[in-house]
Design a protein around this ligand. Structure first.
Ligand SMILES: Cc1ncc(COP(=O)(O)O)c(C=O)c1O
Length: 362
């Protein structure tokens, strides 16, 4: 029956794959380990209690947009807000990739490829180089012809390594005029990186950001794009009207009025990331890769067995071993200190078959 009504492109797709588990130590989704601080939560809830729920919210979340513009030092009309940066990934594919090309590296954030396929775009995936290096020359070659959307996660995901500003600028410039360059800065706060200059200076470039990671608001769903007002105006046509609810807006407005807690958490994530990295590096049978994000990618001899071993002890991580170039890899989010300790203790209890696995940074 479905075969008759659904486009074959959609039928052929497996869809975004994620199975939720209820483990005491949850380090599988690169979320923040800390929920909203209590005074802010109460303030948000009382604002929520006053929100007129029988009315439509603001058309394009204008108050949220203004708060983001002020925080990011960006022209208000150049900010596009949606219910998660995922929604904006889809919007950019609709606006600039439908019937054209979508370019990204592989492995990369899976939503780029899924949305490209859903929109029947011509998906071009360029493998990462040695040590997950950005394949700049091959990307430049792809950008030399055609038109569409180029997604570049900076820092990269799921590998966690940084991307140089000069590489991003060169790629954006190479695509200018034909390609929409989306610099996905989901994990940028943990790296201390900032690609707003490219979005400001290179036509057709957009910085994509989210409140799901450093702000710890994954459950609220709020992402935004920073770009030139003329481009934002076009993108805004693709984002459905009234799509940021009064509930999302109340919460986000409250948080953006008092965002000081975010910087403290970023500092804590960074120091825990380095502690975890050092612990993993000294562990026989584990190859851990450098990361500037809130997660670490590690390689073990048998990813499935280690995943199960951790899971049996109540620790949830994410398998990445199905991805090209990531055989044996698992991804672990940086959690609270006690969660990271629990992860290391559980890993120590797993049999890791050390032979043949070298250290990334030895
Ligand atoms: C690279 C990257 N971009 C975007 C997202 C999606 O973020 P959001 O929660 O804003 O949809 C994620 C989520 O994990 C991500 O890893």
């Amino acid at each position: 029956m479905a075969r008759m009504v659904i486009r074959p492109d959609v039928e052929a797709l497996p869809g975004y794959h994620f199975t939720a588990h209820d483990h005491p130590v949850k380090l599988d989704q690169n979320e923040s380990a800390w929920d909203l601080p209590e005074p802010l939560r109460s303030e948000a809830l009382s604002r929520l209690a006053r929100a007129p729920l029988h009315r439509y919210p603001q058309l394009y979340a204008e108050r949220v947009r203004a708060a983001i513009a002020a925080r990011e030092d960006w022209p208000e009309l150049g900010v596009v807000v949606a219910g998660g940066s995922n929604v904006l990934i889809q919007a950019t594919v609709i606006a600039a990739g439908l019937g054209r090309r979508v370019l990204c590296v592989t492995p990369s954030f899976s939503v780029y490829g899924i949305q490209a396929r859903l929109m029947a775009a011509d998906l071009r995936q360029v493998p990462l180089g040695e040590g997950f290096a950005l394949p700049r020359a091959a990307l430049l070659e792809e950008l030399a012809e055609g038109e569409g959307v180029h997604f570049l996660a900076a820092p990269m995901a799921p590998t966690g390594n940084p991307v140089a500003v000069e590489d991003v600028t060169a790629l954006a410039q190479a695509g200018a005029g034909r390609w929409l360059t989306v610099v996905d800065e989901a994990y940028g706060a943990f790296a201390g990186s900032d690609f707003r200059a490219a979005a400001r200076e290179v036509p057709g470039t957009l910085s994509l950001r989210t409140l799901s990671k450093a702000y710890g608001l994954a459950g609220v769903r709020l992402g935004y794009a920073l770009t030139a007002p003329a481009l934002a105006q076009q993108l805004q046509k693709v984002v459905l009207p009234f799509s940021v609810s009064a509930l999302q807006a109340s919460l986000v407005e409250t948080v953006l009025e008092a965002p000081a807690f975010v910087d403290e958490r970023i500092a804590l994530v960074r120091s825990e990331r380095e502690r975890l990295h050092a612990a993993l590096r000294s562990r026989a049978g584990v190859e851990v890769f450098p990361s500037v994000t809130n997660f670490l990618l590690l390689r073990v001899a048998d990813a499935e067995a280690t995943y199960r071993g951790l899971s049996d002890q109540g620790v949830l991580v994410r398998r990445q071993d199905h991805l090209p170039g990531l055989a044996g890899c698992l991804r672990v989010s940086v959690g609270r200190p006690e969660e990271n300790d629990a992860f290391m203790a559980a890993l120590d209890a797993c049999s890791l078959a050390p032979e043949g696995v070298r250290h990334a940074n030895a």
